[in-house]
Each structure stands twice: as structure tokens, then as C-alpha cells.
Write a protein that binds this ligand. Structure first.
Ligand code: FUL
Length: 485
């Protein structure tokens, strides 16, 4: 009996000790620095959104209406928001932002706070509501809907007084309660001074820092739709990229310090373009630009629509540099996207589909110089599994390391796509890419940030091996995806 008990005790001890010998679970990396909110993360994943500039300017051939235009001028003859959204969907856009009111003050929905709106136009005998139509078409085609409501209003007599702020907030209330969910709200910083202002015809100067009292306005919107992201030159959720040419910085941090933006020093546009390494606020840059020279439709620009090739370059300098593209496509006087714009978007889609047709990384093997706790959970193979939530990681404190892709046979490489696992912060500050050629590693790129996505041109390189080396990171690097085309 005693022997049996001894055996039992021994075997229990053995089982316990073998449990203790099992590999310790490897701790997940800690978040680093400011992090994207759930909504910002979803916005990064949208990658391409459309801007729709359409209003009375479309009919006056202007970019900035003075504010004295008669609503009678607004009369699209074949307006079809489904044509806009089917075009956008086919091209791959995930959301669209409409100029519900531009600087001239004309409201594209029947607003009970002004007469200067679509209700006073001949369009649908004053029964039209373009904001509603756009939000419904967006929903129908599976795109998200956003609004632009210009704070500067050249029509209002009381622009510059506190009563205008009440008016502006009332209009926001209408927009946010009478339409579907809004993913992004665009606050334009432009303020040119002069305008009609209810007949006063003159200059109005406002103090940008205090006049609009943004914190209170944003609270009003938050109370109706807490998930909305606010874009303005300085955020708070999305920042301007500092130019309207469609170019994000090759170095592009999603982080920045709002204090430095508000300081409004010279060089601010460069700062907006690159963000700040180690910045304390997560405010990614949005790349807004137009498919035509102007923001509004002008027949004289029908021949100046960006070509499909140009749109693809634009994609590389925006999405390919870790930003989201906001491409403006202005409907014409009929109320349709012009044939030339539609053709350009179709051509652009064809280029995207052909360039990114076959991910060669899928048939490569990936090996890392080092990986976190030598665990499969953080192995190099995670960058090839098409799962955005798995990633290659190094140990805490290890801020360099490399991943090597190897193919069985010679491959011709044209594009490299890299993605950081930004859910836990943006980390990579320097990396190189080399390829195996004539028995040695040949450098092909020496870059700084990766962020949500980085796309590099490789220009027909023939090789069997490609190495991505992280040379500098603010914390252990986390790479979630590598694709090669
Ligand atoms: C600028 C405006 O002045 C332009 O008209 C346009 O709306 C562009 C997107 O933003 O600040």
C-alpha cells in the first residue's frame, strides 16, 4: 500500500514538473506611444475615399462663390447620385464626403435655418435634398458617408458674430440627425475675408483660435454621433497633409504634437506632411486632392482630368506612404460624374488590379533574424498569412532585425508592400531593402517610416531573395504584412 502511495505521489510530481517545463507563454508586446482609436484604425483600412465638390459654383464656373449667388442657378438636369456611387464602388473607394455647404453658404439640403438652400432652387421644384440622396446612395453601394460644412460662410450677414456660431451648430444638428451615420466631418480652414455677408459686401476678420469655439461644437456633434472622425488642418482626429498636390511625406508619422501645429509657425505644412517622430497625439495625415485642377467642375478642364497612370502615381504617394487618399471627383452641371472622370477611374482600377494581381510573397518562405521569444506567435511567417492581426515581432528592447523572403526560382519583382501592426503604435523609423544578386546583397531602398502601409517600387528586379532590414525603431518592431508583386 505504501509503495502504491509513493508511486502515486511520484507520478503526480512528475506530471507537475513536466507542466513546469513547458514553454512559458511569450508576452505580447506592450503598446507604444499614442495609439489609433477604433475609428481611426478603421479609417486607415479604408485607404481610398472620395470627395464630392458640388454646389452653386458648379453652375457659376467658380471655385469660391462670393455668397450672393441666386439659388435659382442651382438646377442639375440629370442628377443621379447612384451613378456617382456605382462609379466610386467599382473604382474601390470606401467612403465619400460631400460639400453640404461650401464657402458661398448655399446648403444642399433644405435647412430650416436659412433661405439660401436647395429648397429655394428650381431643382425638383424645391423638394430636393442632396445630402439625404448622397447618404442613401452611399448606403446602397456600401460606402461610408461624410460631410463637409464650411465654417466660413460668405452669405451670412452675421458671419463674425456669435449668432453665426449658433447657426452653424444648428446646421450640424440637422446634418447629423437627419441622415445616416457620418464617418468623417471635414472642417475647412479656408477664410479669405471678403464676401457678400447679407449685402454688407466687405471684409470680415475672425480670430481663428477663438471664434468658432470648436471644443463646444465638437461636443454638440459627439452627442449625436460619437463615432465621427474630425478632419481639420490640425485634427483632432485627422490632419491635413500640408498640400493639395496629393503627396504625403516619404517620412510619414501618424504621430504629431498638437501644440506644435497650433503654434502656427512657418514650416507648418512640412510638419503636417511628415508628422513628428515620437509625437504625443495620433493624428494621421489625409491626402486631399482633385482629379481635375479645380475642386469644382469646369467644362474648360474636361481635357485636364488626371490620367489612370497619374492616379496610380497618386495612389503610391498617398496610400503607398501610409496615408488615406481623399480624391475629389466633381459632378458636372448635369449632376453626373463626367465621362472623362469615369474613364480615368476605370483605367486607374485596371492598373491597380493588374499591378496587384499576384502576390509573389505567397510562394516565398520567410525567415527572421530574430523573433519574439522564438515563439510561433511572433514568427516571420505571420507577415505572409494575410491576417492583419498576426505579426512578426522582436523581443522588447530589440529594435533592429530582418526578414528574408526566399523563392525556389528566379522572380521578377516590381512592388513591395509593407505594413506595421499600428494597433500597438507606429514604431519603425528606418529600414532598408536588399535583394540577392550575383552572390551578394544589393541595396534597393533605404527608407524611414512604414506605418499602416508602405509601397515601394522595385522596377523589374530579378532575384530569388529579398531582405527587409529594420535598422531603427522606437520600440520592438511589429510587421503584420509583406506582399511582393
Ligand atoms: C480648401 C477650399 O478653399 C477649397 O475650395 C476646397 O474645398 C478644398 C478641399 O479646401 O480649403
Amino acid at each position: 500500500m505504501n509503495r502504491i502511495i509513493t508511486l502515486l505521489v511520484l507520478s503526480t510530481l512528475l506530471i507537475l514538473s513536466s507542466c513546469n517545463n513547458q514553454e512559458e507563454p511569450v508576452m505580447a508586446p506592450e503598446p507604444f506611444g499614442p495609439l489609433p482609436s477604433k475609428e481611426q484604425l478603421a479609417w486607415h483600412q479604408m485607404e481610398m475615399n472620395a470627395f464630392i465638390h458640388f454646389t452653386i459654383n458648379t453652375f457659376t464656373d467658380k471655385e469660391w462663390g462670393y455668397g450672393d449667388e441666386s439659388p435659382e442657378l442651382f438646377n442639375p438636369t440629370e442628377l443621379d447620385t447612384d451613378q456617382w456611387f456605382s462609379t466610386l464602388k467599382d473604382a474601390g473607394f470606401k467612403g465619400a464626403i460631400l460639400t453640404a455647404k461650401h464657402h458661398d453658404g448655399f446648403a444642399l439640403w433644405p435647412s430650416k435655418y436659412t433661405e439660401h438652400d436647395i429648397a429655394a432652387s428650381p431643382y425638383k421644384d424645391g423638394k430636393g435634398n442632396l445630402v439625404k440622396d448622397v447618404s442613401e446612395s452611399a448606403q446602397k453601394y456600401g460606402l461610408q458617408f461624410g460631410v463637409y460644412l464650411s465654417p466660413w460662410d460668405r452669405n451670412r450677414a452675421d458671419y463674425g458674430d456669435s449668432s453665426y456660431i449658433t447657426y452653424y451648430r444648428n446646421q450640424l444638428r440637422e446634418l447629423f440627425t437627419e441622415n445616416g451615420p457620418v464617418f468623417e466631418m471635414w472642417f475647412d480652414g479656408a477664410n479669405g475675408g471678403d464676401g457678400y455677408y447679407g449685402g454688407a459686401n466687405g471684409e470680415r476678420k475672425i480670430d481663428r483660435k477663438t471664434y468658432y469655439d470648436w471644443p463646444t461644437t465638437l461636443k454638440v456633434v459627439d452627442s449625436m454621433q460619437p463615432a465621427v472622425l474630425y478632419f481639420s488642418d490640425a485634427g483632432p482626429d485627422l490632419r491635413w497633409v500640408g498640400n493639395e498636390r496629393g503627396i504625403a511625406g516619404e517620412t510619414n508619422w501618424n504621430t504629431i504634437n498638437t501644440d506644435s501645429i497650433y503654434a502656427g509657425k512657418s514650416g507648418i505644412n512640412d510638419l503636417l506632411q511628415t508628422g513628428t517622430q515620437g509625437g504625443v497625439n495620433w493624428i494621421p495625415a489625409e491626402v486631399d486632392t482633385s482629379i481635375r485642377p479645380g475642386w469644382f467642375y469646369h467644362a474648360s478642364e474636361d481635357s485636364l482630368v488626371r490620367s489612370p497612370e497619374n492616379l496610380f502615381e497618386l495612389y503610391l504617394t498617398s496610400v503607398g506612404r501610409g496615408s488615406t487618399l481623399l480624391l475629389n471627383i466633381p459632378p458636372d452641371r448635369r449632376g453626373l460624374f463626367h465621362e472623362n472622370d469615369v474613364a480615368a477611374l476605370k483605367g486607374f482600377r485596371r492598373i491597380l488590379d493588374s499591378v496587384f494581381a499576384e502576390n509573389l510573397a505567397k510562394k516565398a518562405t520567410a525567415i527572421a533574424s530574430t523573433s519574439r521569444g522564438k515563439s510561433d506567435t511572433y514568427a516571420a511567417s505571420n507577415v505572409l498569412d494575410a491576417d492583419k492581426d498576426t505579426y512578426w515581432a522582436t523581443n522588447d528592447g530589440v529594435t533592429t532585425g530582418s526578414i528574408e523572403l526566399t523563392w525556389d526560382s528566379l522572380q521578377t519583382l516590381n512592388y513591395l508592400v509593407l505594413q506595421e501592426y499600428i494597433t500597438l503604435g507606429q514604431r519603425v523609423a528606418g529600414f532598408t531593402v536588399t535583394v540577392w544578386e550575383n552572390d551578394s546583397w544589393k541595396p534597393v531602398a533605404n527608407q524611414t517610416t512604414i506605418g499602416y502601409k508602405r509601397i515601394l517600387k522595385l522596377n523589374d528586379i530579378e532575384t530569388t531573395k529579398l531582405k527587409i532590414e529594420i535598422t531603427e525603431a522606437l520600440a520592438c518592431p511589429l510587421i503584420s504584412n509583406v506582399e511582393v508583386y
